[in-house]
Design a protein around this ligand. Structure first.
Ligand code: IMP
Ligand code: MG
Length: 238
């Protein structure tokens, strides 16, 4: 396995040629299994998280760069249409905001909706999905719906969510855009059309992603350390 140098990552962030042609899916940039050694200077996070991170996965700037390419791919497919971009809360919120900005710069029209889907408790998937957030299905009916996700892990969330929406909403089309996809032994149960990065199977936090509701307030994406996993949040100030 060849590990990707920072410059290779930089240059692949800027290309959008990695679609498989036929269906114009945006294939993810593959981040190597080995932790990166280049840690850019100036990364910040609240002091109460000191020692809670193991390795840096992606900086906010790298994510935004990639998000612009994802927006171009989406714009290519939805030019002249007005898709409903559905943010799958809460984790996708940060990515969602940057994606909207990038689409605005491309003059791509859209409407926004938010839904709440949760399949996680702690670091392992519970295998059940709760849909909430007060989303109005009539706002999606007969529309081009694009679900925006932070991460596809086992795919359980989307595997449950997509049939519910197909059945109850009857959208004109339904696609998935995810910032991250975890590389597991099995292929993901749901194949997103637009993917930002393929990442190794670590539990990660930051950029909206949480561990028991912590670390959403961190700009960059890190793997969590044992200290982070063992941390008692009740020791934090209100
Ligand atoms: P899935 O249903 O297994 O695909 O998991 C999807 C959801 O679980 C994501 O939308 C995240 O909210 C959460 N999740 C999965 N992996 C991670 C992780 O490494 N860190 C934080 N949240 C995660
Ligand atoms: Mg999510």
């Amino acid at each position: 396995k060849q590990s990707q140098s920072p410059s290779a990552l930089q240059s692949s962030l800027l290309t959008m040629s990695n679609t498989d042609g036929e269906e114009d899916r945006l294939l993810p940039i593959r981040l190597p299994d080995e932790p990166r050694t280049d840690i850019p200077e100036g990364l910040v996070y609240p002091p109460e998280y000191e020692g809670h991170f193991e390795h840096l996965l992606l900086t906010k700037d790298e994510i935004i760069e990639r998000t612009r390419v994802m927006a171009m791919s989406i714009h290519n497919d939805y030019r002249g249409k007005r898709p409903v971009l559905v943010c799958v809360l809460k984790g996708a919120n940060t990515f969602y905001q940057h994606l909207l900005e990038a689409l605005q710069d491309l003059k791509q029209g859209y409407t926004t909706e938010f839904l709440r889907a949760s399949s996680y408790s702690g670091v392992s998937s519970t295998g059940t999905v709760k849909v909430g957030g007060g989303i109005k299905y009539e706002h999606l009916k007969s529309k081009h719906v694009l679900l925006v996700e932070d991460i596809v892990d086992t795919g359980t969330t989307l595997l449950h969510l997509i049939p519910i929406l197909q059945k109850d909403v009857e959208p004109m089309s339904l696609e998935v855009c995810t910032l991250l996809e975890k590389r597991l032994d099995e292929p993901p149960k749901v194949d997103a059309k637009y993917k930002g990065f393929s990442i190794p199977n670590f539990f990660i936090v930051g950029y909206g992603l949480d561990y028991n509701e912590l670390y959403r307030d961190v700009s960059d994406i890190w793997t969590i350390s044992q200290k982070g996993i063992d941390f008692d949040p009740s020791s934090l100030p209100n």
